[in-house]
Each structure stands twice: as structure tokens, then as C-alpha cells.
Design a protein. Structure first.
Lengths: 124, 203, 281
């Protein structure tokens, strides 16, 4: 698993960790039951604060991505279909916004966009 | 405390070898004046070590180690005791050897007079060490010299009239017992005083 | 458990007054103590080790009052490196091993000589012939070799070159991989502390200005640069400190008190303390 922390980023470090681990889970790189590195080891390896790492893990747990087993560590939780679907919908919406912005820039009409989408679907 | 004494031992053997050499030479010379000088020198050893401690600021570090103030102070007394006893034993050994080989017969160093002398040396330590802990070696030494001068002056002035000298000639064993007791009491009080002074300086 | 906890710690030395120092270092964490020379960092460390008597307040180390009798035994578990190594001049690395072996019950000779070799310290050379860097490395090796749970370092990386400093910081970072290990480190090289600390405490003129999680500080504060005209619009209670030049104003602000559409530059610990100290003057 790659985790790349940027100190220059406006995004708080715990959020960076949260997002990157979340993406790894959603994309399937981390599978159900996989063990996550311990908070302390991850913090030391990334040379970041233990408290920050703990916060990221806490939020991952609260969001249902991981489970903590006392004295054993953290594991990827069984995939919650609803949660994943929600994530995917959010992602689709985000990209549609991009499409909408791009379309506006090229003066494409709504129908032309829909037609493009149909072509792509037919091509499979 | 062993660690502290070991550190002092390294300081003595490496930093003040000449001092040590003089000490051993005195111990090798038979007779009363040499032994007296060796005793005075060895009872001054703690002061010399304290001076080197002050120079290297060793105590700043020692205070961070698992040592109590009492141990830090007491180790200097113990160093003095060891030095005095070692010199005494060394002198006895040397004298015995000289007697066996060359047939030179000196006074027996286990005589009460000599034990009394050792007690005087230990009493001397008891007086000077609190001064060192309170004032530091630099100022302490000045007071020490003044003190020694005063004592020498008094001794030379009143020497013959002092009853203790007469007593020493008349009843050496009795004086030995009294001086031993006095040395012990003085040292106990002196250690307590030094610990107190050391703590008050630390504040 | 907290490795170090001080409450209302005060000490007066002639003109100097250290006031109301409240620090909490949870076990497993690294706290950096920053502040200019003479701000009171060393005094704080001495008070924590009870090497000077406090006037008032409380200090508890790993749950033990540092004035209690048990504290002496607890010192076995504390490795301290002061701003200088005060070993007697004539000792060499081998002698230091012998002295420490009789001082600490947990002294680990093998580990000590590992560090000596790792730091390329000559074993037979006398301490007085060591360079400053070598002296500090010897002190650090000694502090690490009696299996301490708490490391206290007072300007211990000063005078070391950046490569060695980085190597030593990495040792401290590794040291806290164990949850029961903690580090309190004072330095005026703020970038070093920024690298490894979980908490940063800032002491200025004998007062504790803040003591907070490092990342929370980054989240809380930001730098803005704008024209003098625009700066007038900025809510004044958000401004922690400012520097005005002829062309623009640069300011440290609290992000939460600023209007939502503002762009911030990241404020490093160095900037945060400089702006705070400046405003104080």
C-alpha cells in the first residue's frame, strides 16, 4: 500500500491518511480482513505524529471502513454495500460536474452529451 | 556509589598521577614525618577530586543519575577514608618489608599514637569537607589555608603546655579511644552538615 | 499514563521567573520544547528532574512525584543528555562504560559499544580530546544504553552537523516505536523538532505560550499575505502577529476566525513562534 503524505498540502495530514487508506479499500487493494499497520508503526514510518495517525484510524473506524480488535490491531471491515455505493455515487456526481463544466466550455447541448454517453454504452 | 568512586579513581589515577606518586613515596619512607605527610596528603585527596568535579561540572550530570544527594556527598568522604586506610596499610607493609630485608626498625604503625594520628586526619576531613561543599574548592581552600595557619600558630605557641600532648605521652591508649570516638562523631555530624549544605547550594 | 506531567510549576532565580508551566507528555510521544536561549527551557528540564528545587507546583514522572523517595529509583528509567556532556576530561569511552555499569542496574554494555561504533567514537581517546559533536554523541550513547523509558534531551543536538542530527533524530523516532517510551527534547533548532515531535511546547520569557499537538497547530494557524488596504478587512481578533513592509502585510492568523474564502499559506512552527514572540515584545 502506498501512502504519500504532503506537508505542503492544505489538507490536514489525518485527512490525507484517511482518504488514502479509504481509497485503497474502495479500490480493493486492501481486502476484507487485511491487517492495517499498527498506528505507532505507521506514524513512525511516515515520520508523522502518533496522535494524527490515531485520529485518521478513528475516523476510518467511525466511517465503517475498518474494525479495531483489542490488542490485535486494525483490520479492513467487511465491505458495506451501502457505504461503497454511496461513495461511488459521490464519485459519479463529481465527474459529471466536470463533464458539465467541460461541456459548457465547448457549447455542447444536453442532448449531445446524452448521445455521446449512448455511443459509449453501445461500444461496450 | 561504586560508580561515583570508580569515576573518582579514574580522575585520581589519570589526572593526578604525580600527586599519587608523592603519596606512595612518603609511604615508602619510614618514620614519623613521612607518615604524617602521607596522611595529610591522602586526607586532602577528596578536595582535589571535588576540584576536578567542579571543573568538569560533573555533578550536573550526576544529579540526573540514580544517585541521591547523600550519595554524592558521602562518596567524597568514603574516598578520603579509603585513601587514609590504604596509605596506612601501605606504610605498614613497606615498614615490615624494610625491617625484614634491611633490618631497619621503625615505630610500629599500629601503636596507639599512630591510630590517634589517623583519627586526627579523619577529623581534619570532617572539618574541611563541609567547607568545600558550601563554598566550593576555590574559596574553601583559602579558608583551609587560614585555618591550617591558625592551628599551626596555636600549636607552636601553646604546644608544650597542652595537656593533651602530655596525656598522649602518659596514656596513649586512652587518648586513642577518645580520639577515635571524636573522629567518628565529627564525621557523622560532618556528613549530615555537608548534605544539608550541598542541598542548600543546589537550590 | 503520562510520562511527564507538570502543574503550575514556578521557579524564581534572581531576576528570572519561570511561571506556571503546565506540560503533559503522554507516554509514547515526543514533545519538543522550543524557545530562545534563556527562555527557561533548561530550568524547566532541571525542575522536571528535581535537580533544582521548585518554588511551587507539581511534577509527576511516570506517575511518581519527583520529590518522593521513589524518584531516585525511577531515574534508572530516565536517560538525560544535557547541553554539554560533563564527563571528567580524562575518561575515555571505556571508562565511561565502567562508571555507568556501576551506576545503572540495567546498563547494557553491548548496546553501548554498538552505539560507540555506530557513532565512530574512538574508544581510547580521552574525553577532553573529543570534538563537541563527539562529546554529545558519547552522552547520547550513554543515555540510550540503560534501557530508559523516558529520554530527556536539553539542546542535545546543538553543534552537531545536519547528517548526524538527522541520524540521531531517527534514533529518537525509532525509540518511540515502543508505546512505553517517551522523549522530551529541547532545542532552538525548530526544524529538527518539527520533524519528529508529536507535541510542541513554546516557552518565552519564562512563560508557557502554548503546548499543543503539532498537527493541530498547523491546522489552527496560517499565514496570509496581502496589501495594507485588504488587511484592514481582516478581523483583528484572528491576527496573532503581523509584519508590515512597504508593499504588503504578512500575518499569522487563526484560520477558524477568518472568513471562509481566504487562502492560507502553511505556517511552520518556526513562523508560529516568531510571530507570537514578536507580538509579545
Amino acid at each position: 500500500m502506498d501512502i504519500i503524505i504532503s506537508n505542503a498540502s492544505e489538507q490536514p495530514i489525518y485527512e490525507q491518511i484517511f482518504n488514502q487508506i479509504k481509497n485503497n479499500i474502495i479500490s480493493g487493494k486492501l481486502k476484507e480482513g487485511d491487517a492495517l499497520p499498527s498506528i505507532r508503526n505507521l506514524a513512525k514510518d511516515l515520520r508523522i505524529s502518533v496522535i494524527t495517525t490515531k485520529r485518521a484510524y478513528d475516523e476510518l473506524e467511525a466511517a465503517g471502513y475498518i474494525n479495531t480488535v483489542a490488542s490485535k490491531g486494525c483490520f479492513v471491515a467487511p465491505k458495506n454495500v451501502e457505504v461503497i455505493r454511496e461513495e461511488h455515487l459521490k464519485e459519479i456526481e463529481k465527474r459529471m460536474r466536470e463533464i458539465s463544466n467541460l461541456a459548457a466550455a465547448c457549447n455542447l447541448s444536453e442532448d449531445e452529451i446524452i448521445e455521446m454517453y449512448r455511443v459509449i454504452q453501445r461500444e461496450g | 556509589m561504586k560508580g561515583l568512586l570508580l569515576k573518582d579513581y579514574y580522575t585520581i589515577t589519570k589526572q593526578i598521577r604525580i600527586y599519587l606518586l608523592i603519596l606512595v613515596i612518603f609511604a615508602f619512607l619510614p618514620g614519623f614525618p613521612a607518615f604524617l605527610l602521607a596522611l595529610v596528603y591522602s586526607s586532602m585527596l577528596p578536595i582535589t577530586v571535588i576540584a576536578y568535579d567542579e571543573y568538569s561540572k560533573w555533578n550536573r550530570m550526576a544529579e540526573m543519575m540514580p544517585y541521591s544527594e547523600t550519595e554524592l556527598v558521602l562518596s567524597k568522604y568514603v574516598l578520603g577514608y579509603i585513601a587514609v586506610v590504604l596509605i596506612w596499610i601501605l606504610s605498614i607493609v613497606v615498614q615490615t618489608v624494610l625491617e625484614l630485608i634491611a633490618g631497619i626498625k621503625g615505630d610500629s604503625l599500629t601503636d596507639p599514637q599512630y591510630i590517634t594520628l589517623i583519627c586526627v586526619a579523619l577529623g581534619f576531613e570532617a572539618v574541611i569537607l563541609p567547607l568545600m561543599f558550601k563554598l566550593g574548592v576555590e574559596k574553601g581552600r583559602i579558608i583551609l589555608i587560614a585555618l591550617a595557619g591558625g592551628v599551626t600558630f596555636c600549636a607552636s605557641f601553646f604546644g608544650g603546655k597542652l595537656s593533651s600532648i602530655k596525656a598522649l605521652e602518659a596514656d596513649p591508649a586512652g587518648v586513642m579511644i577518645i580520639s577515635t570516638a571524636a573522629a567518628i562523631v565529627m564525621n557523622v555530624l560532618s556528613v549530615l552538615l555537608s548534605v544539608h549544605l550541598y542541598k542548600s547550594v543546589k537550590k | 499514563m503520562n510520562a511527564i506531567e507538570t502543574r503550575g510549576l514556578c521557579k524564581t532565580y534572581g531576576d528570572f521567573r519561570l511561571e506556571n508551566i503546565n506540560l503533559v507528555l503522554p507516554s509514547g510521544c515526543i514533545m519538543g520544547l522550543v524557545g530562545e536561549n534563556g527562555a527557561g527551557k533548561s530550568t524547566t528540564i532541571k525542575l522536571i528532574m528535581n535537580a533544582v528545587e521548585r518554588d511551587s507546583g507539581e511534577v509527576s514522572i511516570m506517575g511518581t512525584d519527583n520529590k518522593s523517595r521513589e524518584f531516585k529509583k525511577l531515574k534508572e528509567n530516565i536517560g538525560v543528555v544535557l547541553d554539554e556532556a560533563y564527563f571528567p576530561e580524562v575518561l575515555n569511552a571505556v571508562n565511561v562504560n565502567a562508571v555507568m555499569k556501576s551506576t545503572y542496574k540495567n546498563w547494557n554494555e553491548e548496546q553501548y559499544f554498538n552505539y560507540i561504533d555506530r557513532f565512530s567514537l574512538p574508544r581510547q581517546k580521552r574525553f577532553k580530546d573529543y570534538s563537541r559533536g563527539m562529546k554529545m554523541k558519547l552522552a547520547i550513547a550513554a543515555a540510550l544504553s540503560h534501557s530508559p523509558k523516558l529520554l530527556i534531551l536539553d539542546e542535545a543536538t546543538g553543534g552537531l552537523d545536519p547528517m548526524i542530527r538527522d541520524e540521531i533524530l531517527e534514533i529518537f523516532n525509532e525509540f518511540t516505536r515502543d508505546e512505553s517510551h517517551s522523549v522530551l527534547i529541547s532545542s532552538h533548532i525548530v526544524s529538527d523538532l518539527e520533524k519528529i515531535c508529536d507535541y510542541i511546547a513554546f516557552i518565552h520569557n519564562g512563560n508557557l505560550i502554548f503546548s499543543d499537538e503539532k498537527d493541530r497547530l498547523f491546522q489552527k494557524y496560517g499565514i496570509i499575505r496581502m496589501s495594507k488596504e485588504n488587511f484592514k478587512e481582516v478581523p483583528q481578533d484572528a491576527v496573532i502577529g503581523k509584519k508590515a513592509s512597504e508593499y504588503f502585510v504578512e500575518a499569522l492568523v487563526r484560520k477558524d476566525l477568518m472568513p471562509g474564502n481566504c487562502n492560507f499559506e502553511r505556517a511552520g512552527i518556526e513562523e508560529i513562534i516568531l510571530f507570537m514572540a514578536k507580538e509579545d515584545r
